[in-house]
Write a protein that binds this ligand. Sequence first.
Ligand SMILES: C[S@@+](CC[C@H](N)C(=O)[O-])C[C@H]1O[C@@H](n2cnc3c(N)ncnc32)[C@H](O)[C@@H]1O
Ligand code: SF4
Length: 421
Amino acid sequence: MRENNVKIITNATSYFMHQYTKHYLHVKKPADRLPPPPEDKEYLLYIHVPFCTMFCPYCSFNKFNYTKEAATHYFKHLREEILHVKALGYRFNYLVIGGGTPLIDEEELIQTIELVKKLFDIKHVSCESDPNHIQPKTVLRLDGLVDRLSVGVQTFDDTLLKKLGRYEKFGSGEEVYRKIASMLGILPITSVDLIFNFPNQSKENLLYDIETLTKLSPEQSSFYPLMTSSMVKSSVTKTLGKFSLTNEYEFFNIIKESLKKSYPSRHGWSFSKEKEAIFDEYVIDNEEYVGVGSGSFSFINNTLYHNEFALDKYAECIAQRKSAVVKERTFEANSRMYYRLMVDLFNGKLSKKKFEIMFGIKIEDALKKELMALKFAKAIKENKESIVTTEFGDYLFLVLMKEFYMGMDRIRNEARKNLSL
Ligand SMILES: C[S@@+](CC[C@H](N)C(=O)[O-])C[C@H]1O[C@@H](n2cnc3c(N)ncnc32)[C@H](O)[C@@H]1O
Ligand code: SF4
């Protein structure tokens, strides 16, 4: 597709999605509990560990300065919240632990995973880490407890790492490479998180990251486009320079092309060596999930719930009313259909039959105009059973997903307005 057309369509899509999330993605109705499970099935459990020893300029995730005392209290309340969710009747088979930095307090984390495994029949555990908590002796303790560990690298380029403040904290690109190399193979899956399209990142920088990743050869990698919601825009500009979308499409295509051989399975911005590998975008892949911990989201019965963010209030909620849910928002069928279209095509394929079973209406009838626009933009192709993305569509749905994530940041921003870190 011609460069100019790419730009026009991408900007229009981005604008539309921005307006859409601004209108629909806010959670304002006060709430004080999660409902019991609407169905007798196994759900996904997300645990949030909101502590960091540094704050990266691009990161909008819910986090606070780490102190041993705050973390010890927090993990205790977290385990209480898990017990309350169990008492409500929930069963889980999949556990995702994110942050922040989940491994910041190894003992507490292990105790928490062991509790979840005792309470539920967990088939898969996925956890995040920074490069400072992946020494082989730590990772060996996780053997049998964690199936997939994703390590935040962001880039192997030292100039960029210095600007991000990560060089001093986590080491040079080479040191991070060596740290990961020494723990590869201990757990079934190690995944490396990288970010592309940093301000002033050149094509050579990007190729260096791809080459280093391929040489390191972890089982999986996520290559996120830099997301610059209003929460981080000024800190990104201050530390890295002005953000631009000019290279994003080209860079995404370079990544896709370069990783095609060694990582044949792609799931949006995640790449895997194995065809049927489990990825870790719990919000994206799971229709319904329960989140525990400060600022966690749950999506149950068409309703998005979010927990209290402030650590002291989170602790109070758990102690007094056994639930940290403070706000909720129910989504109508129309928004859920848009969401399904976006998520499935972000992963490259939408099954028409699955859509019809889910919503009781054919996608061609429900989203006629949207499908026409996407076909006109040469973003999708269609046959009797399914809709798939074109090469340009792969990128367009990445843009939509990015806007969606930035929309979620607005909810975080609203909820964290008066918090001290
Ligand atoms: C919640 S962070 C936890 C990682 C871990 N604390 C660390 O710093 O290594 C998970 C991943 O989200 C990605 N991420 C965070 N902010 C992002 C942004 N603004 N744009 C794109 N990716 C982002 C990073 O790749 C990061 O490793
Ligand atoms: S990227 Fe990781 S270390 Fe940096 S602020 Fe986000 S969660 Fe904390």
